[in-house]
Design a protein around this ligand. Structure first.
Ligand SMILES: Nc1ncnc2c1ncn2[C@@H]1O[C@H](COP(=O)(O)OP(=O)(O)O)[C@@H](O)[C@H]1O
Ligand SMILES: [Mg+2]
Length: 229
């Protein structure tokens, strides 16, 4: 199986004032197309920084990121944005819905901007699938946390991404709601055949994926196949 993400010798150092802080050191791993993968580690271990580098939102201090066969350092910012729009989906801990758009618009507007003629119909179908068919016109402030994250799921899958990054997707949800969101995430993922990368501090959640990469203090502790698979 070909890889969809290949990380080689990755390093990230932040300069804040006179201080240098190395938050990722010598990171190497590969994710194969279609697999489920998790990156776990305690708070501050560099997970979100690593995600930003993998998705080309941020640039490494050293090392390479190959995403969908493209070396991100060969691309300019516009080209990286294009690659993201086409190939990458995101789910964030704090949902990141646009507050002035309805649930339906949060899903359909990105598709409309991409010129998709079926934007609205497709968005409605996805929202129905995540159980929000009766909440299409609700604004994020009128939705519960779990409902907002389900809108975010519909949005993330709407452009059929090749790879989906979910950063602490249940971090702002109670356990029961979080479990339902995760069930939906895996269900949508199975149907779409997306490569799924879950970033979390939660080992129980990570065990639902085929591979687990453990980070600590900016370095890889272990990489293993999950017991459940
Ligand atoms: N923009 C930034 N400037 C300086 N330091 C940062 C920045 N972003 C993150 N850090 C630091 O990098 C480390 C890793 O952060 P982060 O990647 O958010 O970890 P995690 O997601 O695992 O909690 C932390 O010590 C954090 O304070
Ligand atoms: Mg984080």
């Amino acid at each position: 199986m070909p890889n969809i993400l290949k990380i080689t010798g990755l390093e990230k150092t932040y300069n804040s004032g006179s201080k240098e802080l190395t938050v990722l050191k010598n990171i190497n791993f590969e994710i194969q197309k279609g697999e489920t993968f998790s990156i776990i580690g305690p708070s501050g271990s560099g997970k979100t920084t690593l995600l930003g580098l993998c998705a080309g939102l941020d640039q490494p201090s050293a090392g390479q990121v190959e995403l969908c066969g493209q070396n991100l350092s060969d691309l300019n910012e516009d080209q990286r944005a294009q690659l993201r729009n086409k190939e990458v989906g995101f789910i964030f801990q704090n949902f990141q819905l646009l507050p002035t758009l309805s649930a339906l618009e949060n899903v359909s507007v990105p598709l409309e901007l991409q010129g998709n003629p079926q934007a609205e119909a497709k968005s409605k179908a996805l929202l129905e699938k995540v159980g929000l068919g009766s909440r299409l016109d609700h604004y994020p402030s009128q939705l519960s946390g779990g409902e907002q994250q389900r809108v975010a799921l519909a949005r993330a899958f709407s452009n059929a991404p090749s790879i989906l990054f979910a950063d602490e997707p249940t971090g702002n949800l109670d356990e029961e709601t979080g479990n339902k969101v995760i069930e939906l995430l895996f269900e949508l993922n199975r149907e779409a055949g997306t490569t799924l990368v879950i970033i979390s501090h939660d080992l129980e959640l990570a065990r639902k994926t085929q591979h687990i990469l453990r980070l600590k203090g900016g370095q890889i502790l272990t990489e293993e196949s999950s017991i459940a698979h």
